[in-house]
Design a protein around this ligand. Structure first.
Ligand code: MF3
Ligand code: CO
Length: 269
């Protein structure tokens, strides 16, 4: 069943979303050459504890996982696209890291992911990340009352395909609320005008992930880590978004403008 949220409930998810954004920004700041994925996970875990929040990843055990999820972050490096376990991998110059994080604050969950390069960036990975972020923006722009789920899926898929990237419809977005994974599913490929009607009060995670090669993926023996089948790099970007009468509202945006030193005045919404 697809559950619609009230304005007050959406504000609850926004509170969780601000915390999720804060943790992602802090983890990103710490991600540098020589740092391990486990250290990043421990840092996020400490922030959860300090905030009185709750991890929705730790111990999560869907049927495909060989073990319950062992961390609070997904840390996917280079050819890993999704669900990379926080291991002792030491971040190396040029690594492409995707961090996916969801947490519960005050009974509401928000879910977001970001991809970036560590150390010296390479232009090809920069383009992969840029296209993935553009697909996320296109998906968000299509999240309007009166539209259909296929509008979001088609917008995401068109950006990935248009850039010649590998796109796979498995592991797309999802409803978010009291729990991390609710109905409906938000596929990363689809046909505009098809699928369920988008209504005011629908809150969904939109999460394109693309590969810099073919469309196929493989799964590690742990049942978790999703990698490109051809070893190409992958990127992932995700926001939790509310569909409102005034259009899409990103609930996992930072609470304050990010200090850039240039006096930019951008706000969260
Ligand atoms: N946050 C991911 C998603 O966007 C799921 C993470 S799976 C977990 O759907 F096991 F790590 F929790
Ligand atoms: Co998600």
């Amino acid at each position: 069943m697809v559950e619609l949220k009230s304005t007050a409930e959406i504000e609850g998810i926004r509170t969780a979303g601000r915390f999720v954004a804060e943790v992602l920004a802090s983890v990103r700041q710490r991600a540098a050459v020589g740092v391990t994925l486990r250290e990043l996970d421990a840092h996020a875990h400490a922030m959860i504890t300090a905030a009185g929040a709750r991890s929705v990843y730790l111990g999560y055990h869907p049927s495909f996982g060989a073990i319950p999820y062992p961390g609070v972050l997904c840390t996917s490096v280079n050819d890993a696209a999704l669900h990379g376990l926080p291991s002792d991998h030491v971040l190396a110059d040029g690594d492409l890291l995707s961090i996916d994080f969801a947490a519960e604050v005050g009974g509401w969950v928000a879910d977001s992911a970001v991809s970036f390069q560590v150390g010296t960036p390479d232009p090809r990975s920069a383009r992969l990340i840029e296209v993935t972020e553009r697909a996320l923006r296109a998906g968000i722009a299509a999240a309007r009352p009166g539209g259909r789920m296929g509008d979001i899926s088609a917008a995401i898929g068109a950006v990935g395909r248009g850039a010649g990237l590998g796109v796979n419809a498995d592991f797309g977005g999802h409803g978010v609320g009291r729990t991390m994974h609710e109905e409906p599913h938000v596929p990363n490929l689809g046909t505009a005008g098809r699928g369920i009607k988008l209504r005011t009060g629908l809150v969904i995670a939109i999460e394109p992930w693309f590969m810099d090669g073919g469309d196929d993926y493989v799964v590690d023996d742990d049942g978790w880590t999703i990698r490109s089948a051809d070893g190409s790099r992958a990127a992932h970007a995700e926001h939790t978004v509310a569909i409102t009468a005034r259009g899409p509202v990103v609930l996992t945006a930072p609470a304050r403008p990010v200090a850039t030193g240039t006096g930019g005045g951008a706000t969260a919404d």
